[in-house]
Design a protein around this ligand. Structure first.
Ligand code: FES
Ligand code: MG
Length: 594
């Protein structure tokens, strides 16, 4: 828990003769006139000429929190400690806002904002005088947006997570932010609770400042930032409201100054080996299905080759070590007290599953940071030899329905796993009839009215990918109709070209690419078509004749897939420029800037 002692920022003396990037703005060289203009307006809040011309590291603080981005809002407080750390280490801090991304209230979906915030941040980091940057991360897309920009611009950069909320409780039981919504939705669907109780119930998942306290996308992406080496060891898991979080902010401020002096850049840290570590770690902590999309995007901006097959090859056989919702029982506070990510990395290091030699932001290797940091609380973080679940990573599926989709196997029920994934006596694949929904509105309207949905139905959600929605909605996690839930059928296979919330525990096959709106075969499915889902073989196939398939494809080409019109200029640009989920949903023309 003593992060200050852990990180112990070293002082690096700048190499003689080396000037910092900021000197091109503030050092009076050939053109004093321009230097005067660059400096002049910064005086107006009290910075002195001496400070600006001191040659000290000028450090940006990328502020992602605000009143409309409440998951990250606590950064408004934390950034004060970041500044103090920067000052203590001999730097000068400049805080600036980034485009806000609030997962839960941004319509139509917050994914639209990841690439927009990325673009904005790249412009700021490129065109101002900053020598390094502290990236204030937290809520789902804020972390990848920041890492993508750091990769493109490649100036020294470090992440500081806002931290998860304190634990929520309902009726004496742990109640996780995000996950509680899915439980509440089912209880409401069966009539067990009314509207008022529904609202009350979900509010218990939100007891303090911070991001989701489950291993949803926020906890995942910040753990991955740390697994990549881009955040101080042990920092990702600290709850937002704990004093350790503010201490960590101070240490992070000190660390970035040292990174600038040492010229330690994202390209020194985010190597292919670091990405491999992140994939392995993600399986061991039961990370979100949004992780592949975002990690692939960061890798592409870093110029590192990483594919969806890497997720299956490197991750699918890794066991689940962390007992945290949605795949386990506990929440952020237990995860932190049990040792956080270093305790998980220590297990993986012992068995040679991660590369220990990779460099991290503090100038030490991953092995130096995590060796021997095993957890004392084995209820929460299990030893590698006695995991919660074997083979718990994502599987990557292909077939005639799509070229690429993934499934998070550690959240599906044991019965489901035994039946369709890991029963050696039963090599039979699952076959069922599809019920197709064109978007979440269609699903909400019709789910309870369709008698053909039985326990062997496959629910399909289409039109919700990057181009279709636009932005790719988190709606593939669907629940069975109330009448089946009452009979005890609590999960059906779901397939979709959109995403699912990292807090969900649904047997979904998601991120299907190409999506329906990009001409993928999801677009030609009709109600009642049969599909074969063969998880051990990693395939999903449409069981209709080739002739019929071709005929339907021709029909689709003639009619085109119905697209909702873009609602804003950005939505239109996004649709023109954005790649599919299997390729990180990056802006195709942005990845060449490295
Ligand atoms: Fe922001 Fe979960 S909604 S972290
Ligand atoms: Mg989410």
């Amino acid at each position: 828990l003593s992060l200050a002692a852990e990180s112990g920022t070293r002082r690096i003396v700048r190499q003689p003769g080396r000037t910092l990037r900021s000197s091109a703005w503030f050092e009076c060289r050939s053109d004093p006139g321009m230097t005067a203009i660059y400096m002049e307006r910064y005086f107006n809040f009290g910075i002195t000429r001496e400070e600006l011309m001191s040659g000290k590291p000028m450090i940006g603080i990328a502020q992602t929190g605000s009143d409309i981005a409440p998951c990250n809002r606590h950064h408004i407080e934390l950034s004060k400690r970041v500044r103090e750390g920067i000052r203590t280490a001999g730097g000068i801090a400049f805080e600036f806002p980034t485009h806000p991304i609030q997962e839960t209230s941004r319509r139509p979906t917050a994914t639209l904002d990841r690439n927009l915030a990325y673009l904005g941040l790249v412009e700021i980091l490129t065109s101002y005088f900053l020598d390094g940057v502290v990236l204030l991360t937290g809520c789902d897309k804020t972390t990848p947006a920041c890492l993508m920009a750091a990769a493109t611009v490649n100036i020294p950069a470090i992440c500081l997570n806002v931290g998860p909320m304190l634990n929520g409780y309902s009726e004496g039981r742990l109640c996780g932010a995000g996950s509680v919504v899915w439980t509440a939705r089912e209880r409401y669907a069966t009539g067990e609770i009314d509207e008022n109780e529904y609202m009350d119930y979900i509010s218990r998942g939100t007891p303090s400042v911070g991001h989701c306290n489950t291993m949803g996308t926020a906890s995942t992406m910040n753990a991955l930032a740390e697994a990549l080496g881009m955040a101080l060891p042990g920092s990702a898991a600290i709850p937002a409201a704990y004093r350790h979080r503010a201490q960590c902010a101070y240490e992070t401020g000190k660390q970035i100054v040292e990174m600038v002096e040492a010229d330690r850049k994202p390209s020194d840290i985010m190597t292919r080996e670091a990405f491999e570590n992140a994939i392995v770690a993600n399986a061991a902590f039961g990370g979100s299905t949004n992780a592949p999309i975002h990690l692939l995007a960061v890798a592409q901006h870093m110029g590192i080759e990483l594919t969806m097959d890497d997720w299956d090859n490197l991750g699918s056989k890794i066991p689940l070590l962390l007992n945290m919702q949605p795949s386990g029982e506990y929440l952020g506070e237990e995860y932190f007290r049990a040792g956080g990510l270093p305790a998980i990395m220590a297990e993986l290091l012992d068995v040679g599953k991660i590369h220990g030699g990779v460099l991290t932001c503090n100038g030490r290797t991953m092995a130096e940071n995590v060796r021997g940091k095993h957890s004392w609380d084995r209820r929460v973080i299990r030893p590698y030899s006695d995991p919660l679940m074997e083979e718990a990573g994502f599987i990557h599926l292909k077939g005639t329905l799509f070229d690429s989709a993934i499934m998070k196997t550690c959240v599906i029920s044991p019965a489901f796993r035994r039946r369709y994934l890991s029963n050696p006596d039963d090599p039979m694949a699952f076959e069922g009839n599809v019920v197709v929904f064109d978007g979440p509105e269609d699903y909400n309207e019709r789910l309870e009215t369709l008698p053909e949905i039985d326990e062997n139905a496959i629910l399909v959600m289409r039109g919700v990918g990057p181009l279709g929605y636009p932005g790719a909605a988190e709606v593939v996690n669907m629940h069975p109709p109330g009448r089946l839930l009452k009979q005890g059928v609590d999960a059906l296979f779901c397939i979709g070209d959109g995403r699912q919330s990292g807090t969900s525990a649904c047997p979904s096959i998601l991120n299907a690419s190409p999506e329906a709106a990009a001409g993928g075969n999801l677009a030609i499915l009709r109600n009642g078509d049969r599909l074969r889902i063969d998880l051990p073989k990693r395939r999903v196939d449409i069981l209709i004749s080739d002739d019929l398939l071709e005929e339907r494809k021709k029909d689709l080409q003639a009619s085109g897939y119905p697209l909702v019109p873009s609602g804003t200029p950005w939505q239109e640009l996004f649709r023109q420029e954005t790649d599919q989920l299997s390729n990180g949903m990056v802006l195709r023309n942005a990845v060449k800037y490295q």
